[in-house]
Design a protein around this ligand. Structure first.
Ligand code: ADP
Ligand code: ADP
Length: 237
């Protein structure tokens, strides 16, 4: 469970990214956060794994306050949180396989990954994860040879090898065309349902949120201004 208790974040230049946010995200939920650019969606998501640091309140992930967590403890907390980004964040010149295994072994730079010393287990898990998003035939392609939608599916496979409890997706479809966006949202929903991964996704578009979310949180100027089941959102909300 993720709990925000009066969480505020003021950036060094004085911009208020989050203002007294109180919210609880329960295990297994598929939550979509909507709001205009600058509303604080990305700050909200990045606070959860300590990519940005709130300046007040308490932010609990499974009871652990992220605000007092650093170093080794923070790295350990991050192993249970998979991240998906707008621009995929793959190592462009590396193979799909290597990118996906990085979800399990940590990023490039470990000796195993430099030397391509992968165990059969690592390779099997990478292959299985790619299969879950139907892109196993690209195993040996270079990441930058793939289309945007394919790269985002690889980044979902990378998250799967990490076996996370949570997935945080920061504008995962903002660089994709509508059909590809739906495809990516369907895979995110599928892993949420099949693997019971608690998922939080930032989106610009309310129609897409209504189609996939269990629950929609609306943000404006660093505050939560709407929170309710997707089924209760109407065009007027
Ligand atoms: P998005 O709204 O899609 O998150 P932005 O263009 O707002 O993208 O932000 C891109 C990057 O610039 C992010 O890393 C964000 O933290 C940073 N950023 C955004 N606004 C400011 C700002 N006013 N001053 C400094 N950095 C900023
Ligand atoms: P969203 O994801 O909804 O577009 P953000 O969380 O990126 O919103 O931004 C919330 C507010 O914080 C915006 O006013 C943005 O300009 C500001 N902001 C984001 N990152 C930074 C940063 N690194 N430094 C200063 N201001 C920032």
């Amino acid at each position: 469970m993720i709990e925000f208790k009066n969480v505020s974040l003021v950036y060094p230049n004085g911009t208020q990214g989050l203002k007294e946010v109180n919210v609880q995200i329960n295990d297994g939920e598929f939550v979509v956060i909507v709001g205009l650019s600058g509303a604080g969606k990305s700050t909200f998501i990045r606070s959860i794994n300590g990519l940005v640091s709130p300046t007040g309140g308490k932010l609990l992930v499974d009871g652990q306050n992220v605000l007092d967590t650093k170093g080794k403890e923070l790295r350990s907390l991050r192993t249970k949180i998979g991240m998906i980004f707008q621009n995929y964040n793959l190592v462009k010149r590396s193979s799909v396989m290597k990118n996906v295994i990085a979800g399990r072994l940590g990023h490039t730079g470990t000796l195993k990954s430099i030397l391509n010393l992968y165990s059969k287990e690592d390779m099997a898990l990478a292959y299985e994860s790619l299969k879950r998003v139907n892109i196993e035939e690209k195993l040996y392609s270079r990441a930058d040879e793939l289309s945007g939608g394919q790269q985002q599916r690889v980044s979902i496979a990378r998250v799967l090898t990490q076996k996370p409890k949570y997935v945080l997706a920061d504008e995962p479809v903002a660089s994709l065309d509508p059909p590809t966006s739906h495809q990516v949202m369907k895979y995110l929903k599928k892993i949420n349902r099949e693997d019971k991964i608690t998922t939080i996704v930032n989106l610009h578009f309310i129609d897409m949120a209504m189609e996939y979310a269990d629950r929609i949180i609306g943000m404006r100027a660093g505050e939560i201004v709407y929170d309710g089941p997707a089924s209760e959102v109407t065009e007027k909300t």
